[in-house]
Design a protein around this ligand. Structure first.
Ligand code: J2J
Length: 535
């Protein structure tokens, strides 16, 4: 049976097909085409390795055949956790080729996140890395198998995976073949605002369209050398236009383990990188490190920045200090991606976060009652379109809250739109902290804190931070005096939450301010933090 998910209504699906947004091709098509047109051109540059399109294709065949032989097939699901290495893309194409849908967890994810994903998709396959602290032995994999009884196949990088990729399968057997283009290709990760991390079903049709259109807007081609320094599975470096955009265009992806400036500058110079994607805190580091090293960055033409608010004053330094053009990108794993265009003037490029990539993106900016606000006034962003999902996986109650009855998704962002459709992100109504592009759902951490026997109440709020934009602060009311923040931090770590979600600060207080309906008043808490920062 295919993976169940909320589909687009028939009339919209017909419209997206008729307009050519959906072309009913699986994403394996981009690789097949490059193998015909430029098999020997580099696809991925990873450390000292240069992997051509032909090799990417062959190795993903080898893995696909190995998986088929072990019973992983169309409509199965997989949990994959790999760092920024070529094997990530090889595994992704292998799974596309056999029609198995992965969740690609971030390498920073720990036990809690992996367990939550496994609980939801019940994977048959686990691909992970022996170098991850969780997978040095088999305990975590056993735990995942207890969560997902279907989990029968395990494969580890820095272990058996490398040999599997090398072992020539002599072509894929007949039963191979991707799932239909209007089925789930993989699950994207939501930044989240709820207790459990949510999954976003993405189909070949919708994702492939977003990739093609993004590649077109960013003018990618066979000449493209794209630096992927953000976590490879993240929607931005995967699809906006990201690695998949590069593969579609026939260029090469240069992998960096992280955005650290000096190592990235060396890669830019060595591989003549012309486009890179960063979150704002990484740009700040690059800006600091660049003076005196301009020669290394000569090939860089375009720096894409997105994932979190980017201060206009910093944005304006990009061309001067890094010697390249800036593109602002406001996107979301759920779908809608906005870009400033390469020929936009300075006030647009520095002053807003772009406009929707597609003519078929429908955007409403509305007030609390769902009525459109006047142009230029702030309101909540609601959107639907050919690559914006129609529902989180297995989450009917949450879906009922974040979709209206016309199928518009409410992203939780507060934006201002101008008459040309350009958007400025000015705030947020979702209960989320955006820690330099890494998203933290307040409720998830609050629930964990409440598991501590000494904690009576907990509230996680954003506090302003010069470098990251926001950090997280946990306000905690304890049952008794003497509870220490180190103990809370250790407690959260022991529960297996990713490091970036650990509160940067704990405030132990006697009471929490309440709103008139008796809910914790986070506005007041944020006010207290701002006042403390001011003092
Ligand atoms: C302010 N807030 C932004 C921006 C995202 C491209 C780029 C980014 C993402 C991403 C993505 C922002 N200014 N420029 O998927 O394809 C905040 C908003 C948004 C949320 C989505 C892509 N760009 N944001 O960041 O799923 O709050 O996707 O709703 O991680 O990040 O987060 P995520």
């Amino acid at each position: 049976m295919s993976v169940a998910f909320t589909r687009w209504p028939d009339d919209l699906a017909a419209r997206y097909r008729a307009a050519g947004y959906w072309n009913d091709q699986p994403m394996t098509e981009m690789l097949a085409r490059q193998c015909r047109e430029r098999p020997d051109a580099p696809a991925v540059l990873c450390g000292e390795r240069e992997i051509s399109y032909a090799v990417l294709d062959r190795r993903s065949d080898n893995l696909a055949a190995w998986l088929l032989a072990r019973g992983v097939a169309r409509h199965d699901t997989a949990l994959v956790q790999l760092p920024n290495v070529a094997e990530f893309y090889i595994a992704l194409f292998a799974l596309f080729k056999i029609g198995a849908a992965p969740v690609n967890a971030l390498f920073s994810h720990q036990k809690l996140e992996l367990s939550a994903y496994a609980r939801q998709i019940q994977p048959k396959l686990l691909i992970a890395d022996r170098r991850h602290p969780l997978f040095g032995n088999d305990a975590m994999a056993d735990e995942l198998a207890a969560i997902s009884p279907a989990l029968s196949v395990r494969l580890f990088a820095h272990d058996e995976l490398e040999a599997v990729l090398e072992r020539d399968c002599g072509g894929l057997p007949d039963q191979a073949g991707p799932s239909a283009a209007d089925e789930v290709a993989f699950f994207q990760l939501s930044g989240g605002s709820t207790g459990t991390p949510k999954l976003i079903p993405r189909t070949h049709n919708d994702y492939f369209y977003s990739v093609r259109r993004s590649a077109e807007i960013c003018e990618l081609g066979p000449h493209t050398r794209f630096l992927c320094a953000l976590p490879a599975p993240h929607n931005f470096p995967l699809s906006s236009p990201g690695a998949l955009g590069v593969f579609h265009a026939g260029g090469a992806v240069v992998l960096a383990p992280n955005p650290e400036a000096l190592a990235c500058f060396a890669l830019v110079e060595r591989h003549q990188v012309d486009i890179a994607a960063l979150v704002p805190p990484a740009v700040a580091l690059w800006l600091q490190a660049a003076p005196g090293r301009e020669a290394q960055l000569k090939s860089l033409k375009l720096l894409q920045v997105g994932g979190a608010s980017f201060a206009e004053a910093t944005a304006r330094q990009v061309p001067e200090v890094l010697g390249c053009k800036l593109q602002q990108v406001f996107g979301m794993a759920e779908g809608l991606v906005n870009y400033t265009r390469l020929d936009d003037g300075d006030d647009i490029v520095y002053g807003c976060q772009g406009r929707p990539m597609s003519d078929a993106d429908e955007v409403k900016v509305v007030d609390e009652a769902g009525h459109p606000v006047p142009l230029g006034a702030p309101g909540m962003l609601a959107t639907r379109g050919p690559y914006t999902f129609r529902g989180y996986y297995l989450a009917p109650e949450h879906n009922a809250r974040v979709f209206d009855n016309e199928g518009f998704y409410y992203s939780g962002d507060v934006v201002v739109a101008d008459e040309r459709g350009y958007l400025r992100v000015v705030g947020r109504v979702k209960d989320q902290i955006n820690r330099g592009g890494e998203k933290i759902a307040a409720e998830e951490i609050e629930h964990l804190l409440l598991q501590h026997p000494q904690v009576a109440q907990a509230a996680l709020v954003a506090m302003p931070d010069a470098m990251l934009g926001e950090k997280s602060c946990a306000y905690v009311v304890a049952h008794e005096d003497g509870l220490k923040s180190v103990a809370l931090r250790r407690f959260l770590r022991e529960q297996g939450v990713a490091d970036y979600k650990l509160p940067d600060r704990f405030e132990l207080v006697d009471t929490l301010p309440l709103t008139h309906v008796g809910k914790i008043d986070k506005q007041a808490l944020r006010g207290m933090l701002a006042a403390a920062a001011g003092a």
